[in-house]
Design a protein around this ligand. Structure first.
Ligand code: SF4
Length: 334
């Protein structure tokens, strides 16, 4: 558990500065980083300009005629036409059809002030997109993640809603689903319309492509990640994804160097040795300052009853075993 010496505030200092109005959400600064580019330039040229500007992150006092956020939108628009927002890399033109995630245009299933997230995040303005890059057999939100549903909300309208939710007490915007990854272009367009100082939370399974992780750089204050599996076989069997471990580890390293990180791990029955413990070992070795939430609420949902080892609720002793293991590794649990 987080010790008295190491408080949640000291682990997430920039986030606390924003919610205490002593700091600025990084997305607002991204709008003040000037860049020069032409829409006729090749995508390789645009990435070169992007990577240099994102690394220097030279924030000016005024909004430039062309900003790093504008460049990110141009890049995301190019990727949208042959979609590689996640590592499924379907290559479909999303203006015409959807890929494996089921998302063509972004649809919002729900948005509201959420009080059920981690205490440091609530009240959280949670924006639930429909569709998902994963197909988890135990999904608790399967009715929105596996079914294209929800409504299309113009970016400007959602930006106004976010501003209203902030007035109602929201500490952050919590981009989730399903998964937000398929919706990165839409999210960038909302941020372009938004100008209130509110922390941005990327709440994701972290199966994003490297391109998406680069687009997120300089926009996200808190990466609220979901680290599910400790090996590729479990990921393939239960979420139908390939190459899970390498992708998610890579993206956690991006997140850790770019922002502040809260890692969620849902303990699955009978997956302590193959999944929970290797994940905790990895965090201890590579992400020592991340906040870790070991979650105990697993129950069989959706089609989990068809998978014998996860066809029952998780046992309290299984969760305790993982929490003690994490504690012995010195992880910062909440
Ligand atoms: S976001 Fe959707 S369409 Fe794009 S690569 Fe991933 S699964 Fe395919």
């Amino acid at each position: 558990m987080i010790s008295k010496m190491m408080t949640i505030r000291s682990l997430l200092p920039k986030y606390h500065d924003i919610i205490e109005e002593n700091g600025t959400s990084v997305y607002l600064n991204c709008k003040k980083v000037p860049v020069s580019f032409e829409k006729t330039q090749s995508i390789d040229d645009l990435w070169n300009i992007h990577d240099k500007a994102a690394s220097l992150f030279n924030v000016q006092n005024t909004i430039p005629s062309s900003s790093l956020l504008d460049l990110k939108i141009e890049l995301a628009d190019r990727l949208f036409q042959a979609c590689c927002f996640c590592e499924r890399r379907c290559g479909v033109d999303r203006s015409k059809t959807h890929g494996i995630c089921g998302v063509q245009e972004s649809r919002i299933a729900l948005e509201f002030l959420h009080y059920g997230e981690e205490p440091v995040l609530i009240p959280s303005h949670t924006v639930f997109f429909s569709g998902c890059t994963f197909h988890c057999v135990f999904c608790q939100n399967w009715d929105i993640s596996q079914v294209p549903c929800g409504i299309i909300i113009p970016p400007k309208q959602l930006a106004l809603t976010i501003q209203q939710r902030k007035k109602e007490g929201a500490r952050n915007v919590n981009w989730v689903g399903g998964d937000p990854t398929s919706n990165i272009l839409y999210i960038l367009k909302v941020l372009q319309q938004l100008d209130c100082n509110i922390a941005q939370v990327w709440n994701s399974n972290m199966y994003c492509s490297e391109e998406t992780m680069k687009l997120l750089r300089g926009l996200i204050d808190i990466y609220l990640t979901d680290f599910k599996y400790g090996n590729d076989d479990c990921a393939k069997r239960l979420s139908s994804v390939e190459g899970y471990v390498a992708v998610v580890k890579r993206n956690h390293m991006y997140a850790y160097h770019d922002g502040e990180v809260i890692i969620r791990h849902l303990v699955l029955p009978n997956h302590i040795e193959c999944c929970s413990k290797p994940i905790m070992d990895y965090i201890a070795a590579n992400l020592p300052d991340a906040v870790v939430n070991i979650m105990a609420q697993y129950r069989p949902e959706y089609i989990a009853y068809e998978y014998k080892e996860i066809s029952r609720p998780v046992l309290p002793e299984e969760v305790t075993q993982v929490r003690e293991y994490a504690e012995n590794l010195g992880l910062h649990q909440i």
